[in-house]
Design a protein around this ligand. Sequence first.
Ligand code: MG
Length: 459
Amino acid sequence: MLSRLRTTLKSRKGSTIVKPDYDKLDTANLPDKFAYSRPRFLNIDDSLGSDHSVRAILTPLDLTALPWSSGYAECVNGGKSRYNEDQAAASQFYLSCGHHTSNGSVTNNNRPKPPNSQYTEVMVTYMGIFDGHAGTGAALTASHLLETHLQEKLTEVKENILELEESEIVTPLHSAITADRLIVGALEAAFCSLDEQMARERTTFAIRGGCTALVAIFLLNTLYVANAGDCRAILSINDEIVPMSRELCPGAEMQRLQTMAFSNPGLLRNEFSNRSFCRRIWKEDIGKKVLCKEPMSEGWVYREVTSDDIRSPLVRGEGKKSRLMDTIGVSRCLGDHDLLVFGTDIRIKPFLIPLPEVKTFNFNKTSLTENDVLIMGSDGLWDVMSNQDAVSIVKAVLQQHTTQDPLRYTIAAKALVAHSRGTASDKGWRMDNDEDASFDDITAFVIPLHMVKKVGIRL
Ligand code: MG
């Protein structure tokens, strides 16, 4: 236990994972699921941008490679890992509904809906950031395959989605089932089914490590942001900033984690406590009263410390510095099926879930201009930048470049990455204010919103 704590204390600031210790799965002779490469839409030689002393900022060579001429930029870390472990994906695809029938729905007057012979296609715009840890395998797999899983899940409910979008239709299934909830369900299911695929294939392929995932889809005038981990998305509309995700770190999910441990005490193997105290507990504290948060509780109470409470807490620390089982700084991610608590055979995965939180924003009543954007970034971007900083940087770039300039969103994304990366100096990578810059891999999307209402259903 002490060695584990020392490892925690010595861990590099900002690292997602303290010290990876994976089950004795022999992956040395397994082929990679996907060979290492940068995102396909960058269309560059993979050696470009790999110099950690330069940290060149890469942007797509072909602006049409991204939907809506969106901006994208990335740079490699300052030397914490050989490869850029961030990955990204972007595409547009159609959900096709040919000759769809009523499929169980009825009209308001309770008569079956006549078959609709129109051929309908609904466009889905998809963007994702995948921040890998302890290897590149999970992030690469997610960047290649999550879209496929999402298409499958959306296809299963596409007829329902279109019917529920028509206001005169009610569903006999359940009043809470709306088109919106079906799309949220498809996103959740896609994350989980990809995670199951990674679990199945990890004895066939070397799918190393894990990755956080942040996915945005635009569908039927609505934005859906699905997040599992500590990437972040914000909307900048007029003068308003709308957070579209929250960092899912162990400290932010203490109640879920404690409740799970309370319900399945065997998962802690008598090494961890499902209680959290306001400070570290020592042997000398036995018999004293210390403020404590009990499983399933919202508040804090004084508890008389017992010998059981000297065990490590399931969740240690707060915010970005919090750790689950002294090991990992996120509470949700894909992969990591064999991740163990360092020096033990205790598995972390039961607590570390792939299910994303999904936030939605409907644009029906929002007037949008060319300066309204969705900003998405990996934690490498946000570690040294506030939401307001990001919006100010993007707005400044967009003001300097007319709406006719197809590069304006790319330049904005590049400015975001440049700000967080800083410049190399004798003291390491520093920002303009001489504070530490981000040492992590950095990825940013700047996605214009004014096109959202111009595309959607085509008949
Ligand atoms: Mg990162």
